[in-house]
Ligand binder design. Sequence first.
Ligand SMILES: Cc1ncc(COP(=O)(O)O)c(C=O)c1O
Length: 419
Amino acid sequence: MAPPVPRPLPDPDRLGFSSLAVHVGERLPGFDTKPITTPIYSTVAFEAPSAAALDGVFEGTHPGYCYTRHGNPTCEALEETIARLEHGAGAIAFSSGMAALHGALLAAGVRSGDRIVSSQDIYGATQALFRDVMTPLGVETRYAPATDLVAFEQAVGAARPRVAFVETISNPLLRVADLAAVVAIARKAGAATIVDSTFASPRLSTPLALGADFVVHSTTKYLNGHGDATGGIVVCSNREALPTLRQVSKLVGGILGPFEAYLTLRGVKTLGLRMSRQCESARRIAERLAQHPGIERVHYPGLRSHPDFAIASRLLKDDLAGAVVSFALGRAGRAEVFRFMDALRLCCVGTTVGDIYSQLLYPAISSHRALSPEERQRLGIGDNLVRLSVGIEDPEDLIADLEQALEACRRPAGAGARS
Ligand SMILES: Cc1ncc(COP(=O)(O)O)c(C=O)c1O
């Protein structure tokens, strides 16, 4: 590629202070070398070599960029990478996982009068998106368990939805549905399938290869992996869906910033290594907790005791069953769980998953706070359930931290508080 030729400045000796301050550094000649990493293109607008070329960029007939909301090289490097890892035809990055979910619904053609059939075991904010944003726009959502294919097929058959929605690994009970069967059910009814694959990442599962139409990620989680950039992405199976998706991102405007794209792209480079390590540690922790007398129940799809063990073994690659472990503390209510949380030293108490840091979340006060205790109980989320996102720390250190906190939470109130 020829180095870009900058527009020549008028005679610098005749320019004033501010003109020089603004333009000199930007007009240095390009080099015939390429940086190994993708730079952060922190620019709103791009200059084309000629007005005719700029006209072509706007028209889409000339390669290049004109305005970052329409497209940016750092964001595009991330989009191409994730599209390839997900076996998709293309991808568009968004400013958050929620913006990506909204973008996918619009790109799938959801309009007033349409219906969505969603798996019932999904992220709370996604339920709120359906209820508080889509319902007022005239879009009805019906829920059915995607792990019960008969019930799911009945719901899809009755609703004739525009979209079937499911998560690859659900939160917090880590249910794993038979994605190929869900896609087949949706397709028979003429519905598109959107899969939120945030908890699996493309390291564990590639739903487009099973026939799904769109895959969504909160890149905030495993794809970035370092807890320092919020973002989302939609990958589509079909090239024809891409212009619609790009139009949605351009006009709704929830684009990913180039700095976040850079951080996420950097994170993706170690996704394979991180995910393998985190999943192996999670399995070890799940096995140890399952034998601990202070634990009532462990939810982990890599354990034979999990209801979706068989499907998870088939669906998730390389015998990796995810890096999140949920567990119920034995004979514990809110007070004991609080004492357990306060006693943790190595694991952070936080609200996210997928980071290199292990983080523990208490669904009853955070992700599922909006539900009544009865509703939580009905979903199997008791007041003694916690969710651990396993990081890259040494697994034996994490186990020791959990064990000492389990011990501490049995002591009288106050004795186990963080010092
Ligand atoms: C499964 C899932 N999808 C989507 C989201 C939303 O992502 P974000 O917080 O990046 O908007 C989350 C956030 O926790 C999530 O867990």
